[in-house]
Design a protein around this ligand. Structure first.
Ligand SMILES: CC(C)(COP(=O)(O)OP(=O)(O)OC[C@H]1O[C@@H](n2cnc3c(N)ncnc32)[C@H](O)[C@@H]1OP(=O)(O)O)[C@@H](O)C(=O)NCCC(=O)NCCS
Length: 135
């Protein structure tokens, strides 16, 4: 498996990946839809996880002065560890750039995933929930 990061404006490659995914998978499936949202997030960075040129998952994020924000994440097949690989890569980037916390807002369906990663809820019981990982 390899991880590749695409930066802003690299839209030609991203559009190719989007077309490839749409041709092969149901774009309404939640994991696929998460990947498509991450790839379509053209103003943000996107990390894509590949295996033999097949996309397994993607996460999009942006870098601010004092933190990193995650916008979208999705995987082709759930509970195979792909989401963890992607999130750990964002945490590594935050560490390298000294940009903590890593924060995100969730739809509420993936809270156990973020909690398993060690992220902490930052807005009490409110829905949608926001989570943070501090360095
Ligand atoms: C959220 C998402 C990216 C997680 O990625 P994933 O590859 O399935 O997660 P992992 O396999 O790395 O899971 C790691 C751990 O998180 C927890 N976890 C993940 N999904 C879970 C679920 N649906 N229910 C309970 N725990 C879950 C488990 O503890 C899991 O470890 P285990 O499988 O050994 O028990 C994926 O489920 C997904 O694409 N969902 C649809 C899109 C989406 O909802 N995006 C997030 C919007 S906020």
């Amino acid at each position: 498996m390899i991880l590749k990061t695409y930066k802003n404006f690299n839209s030609k490659i991203r559009n190719k990946l989007i077309d490839r995914l749409k041709a092969k998978y149901d774009k309404n499936e939640s994991g696929v839809s998460g990947i498509l949202s991450a790839l379509s997030d053209f103003n943000n960075y996107v990390i894509v996880l590949f295996n033999n040129f097949e996309i397994l998952g993607a996460v999009s994020y942006y870098i601010k002065k004092n933190y990193i924000g995650i916008d979208h994440i999705g995987v082709i097949k759930q509970r195979c560890g792909y989401g963890t690989i992607l999130m750990n890569e964002v945490f590594n980037i935050a560490k390298q750039l000294d940009r903590y916390p890593v924060s995100l807002i969730t739809n509420g369906y993936s809270n156990e995933f973020y909690e398993k990663l060690g992220m902490k809820r930052s807005n009490g019981n409110k829905i949608p929930a926001s989570y943070e990982m501090t360095g």
